[in-house]
Design a protein around this ligand. Structure first.
Ligand SMILES: Cc1ncc(COP(=O)(O)O)c(C=O)c1O
Length: 390
């Protein structure tokens, strides 16, 4: 297995994506969830091949990616959904909104589990539903779903729960046992579970990712999986996501969506996803090896240079949820990091009230960039030590 090296800053700064266009060149952008690695060659070839064939019309349907995704799920997680139960749309955000439109009545409510991916606060509103927050609990065994509080929310009439598994920003994978307990609650109260599994391909061994629909009949009855190759293979801009049903109820929900939900998927995205799932394994293993190094390096750098910052290495994904409260940088340490350190982090408060004093750092970059970013933050700490806290 060959580790994949991140591209140098000179090449990265020529990218036109959000990560590279939002801040001036003196800022190290470690905020949005894009990776700095070159694309997997099979993915590049798939896109180039379709362009060279002038095959850039409307997508014909889910079949190629349904087959590739289910092959990948079987190989990777021993989960074997029926390819006939897979539908497509542009991206996971749209998949979430469309699934909520099918499962939540107008003015209904959706449970989310902060601190959580900020759009989870917005996507239910697009489906004309409100948000009910059931924060995760920090226990002796790490962060966990607060199942008694979830049950209370279900008993009060919530219509759906939006699950983030693996969880962004904490990088945790929910255990099969927790997922089964959630599925039992969902069945008892007739509540839909929309399981966003977009970070799952980026799970670090020996941790194991459990697909929600694999855990029980109750999960399959009320659950829909929404996912994409876009995080694992860094192809968010190519626009193809999948939605998976596993019961007559959820199949009907997916089939009740307007035809446009599927038709708007990018044909290039579909072929990129097929290549990622079928032929992107070696590249993904190389990226996971590099990320494993960075995940450890970040811990070492913080311990040496910013020991007041708490970091729990994620079980999945390349996002680190950093607790800056020990540094006294206030409720928005990302603002201090940007203004004084020229490092762009994602502000913790965007992930809910529990994010006060936290920031999220994306370590899918070169070790050099990661080292420089922590050095910059450490310099901010030095200049503020002894004087007024920023
Ligand atoms: C948990 C989660 N869901 C969804 C998305 C967005 O996915 P998409 O670009 O397919 O809408 C992200 C992006 O980082 C994410 O972290």
């Amino acid at each position: 297995m060959t580790k994949i090296a991140a591209e140098p800053l000179s090449l990265l700064r020529a990218r036109t994506s959000y990560k590279w266009q939002t801040y001036p060149a003196d800022v190290l952008p470690l905020f949005v969830a894009e990776m700095d690695y070159p694309l997997a060659e099979p993915v590049q070839q798939a896109i180039i091949g379709r362009v060279l064939a002038s095959d850039t019309g409307y997508v014909a349907g889910p079949d190629p990616v349904a087959a590739a995704f289910t092959r990948y799920a079987g190989r990777t997680w021993d989960w074997n959904p029926d390819p006939g139960d897979v539908r497509i749309t542009t991206d996971v955000s749209v998949a979430i909104v469309e699934c909520l439109r099918q499962t939540v009545p107008v003015d209904g409510s959706v449970v989310i589990t902060p601190p959580v991916y900020p759009p989870f606060y917005e996507l239910p509103l697009e489906a004309e539903a409100s948000v009910v927050e059931v924060p995760l609990l920090l226990t002796g065994r790490g962060w966990q779903l607060d199942l008694p509080a979830v049950e209370r929310a279900f008993a009060r009439g919530a219509d759906a729960l939006l699950l983030c598994n693996p969880h962004n920003p904490l990088g945790m994978v929910h255990s099969a046992e927790t997922l089964r307990a959630l599925a039992d609650l969902s069945a008892r109260y007739g509540v839909a579970v929309i399981s966003d599994e977009i970070h799952a391909p980026l799970t670090y061994a020996p941790n194991t990712f459990t697909p929600y629909l694999s855990v029980s009949d109750n999960a399959r009855e009320f659950g829909i999986c929404v996912t994409a190759a876009s995080k694992g293979w860094n192809i968010a801009g190519t626009k193809c996501a999948v939605m998976v049903a596993s019961s007559a109820r959820t199949r009907l929900q997916l089939d009740s969506m307007p035809a446009e939900v599927s038709a708007r998927t990018s044909i290039l995205g579909l072929h990129a996803a097929v290549a990622a799932y079928d032929d992107g394994g070696p590249w993904l293993a190389g990226v996971l090896a590099s990320l494993t190094d960075n995940r450890r390096l970040l811990g070492e750098l913080l311990a040496a240079e910013l020991p007041e910052v708490t970091y729990h290495p994620p079980s999945a994904g390349y996002l680190a949820w950093l607790d800056f409260r020990g540094l006294g940088w206030g409720t928005d340490p990302a603002a201090v990091a940007l203004e004084q350190g020229r490092v762009a982090l994602e502000p913790g408060l965007k992930f809910g009230r529990l994010g006060a004093g936290f920031a999220r750092l994306n370590f899918a970059c070169s070790p050099e960039v990661l080292t420089e970013a922590v050095a910059r933050l450490a310099r901010v700490r030095e200049t503020s030590a002894g004087g007024d806290q920023p």
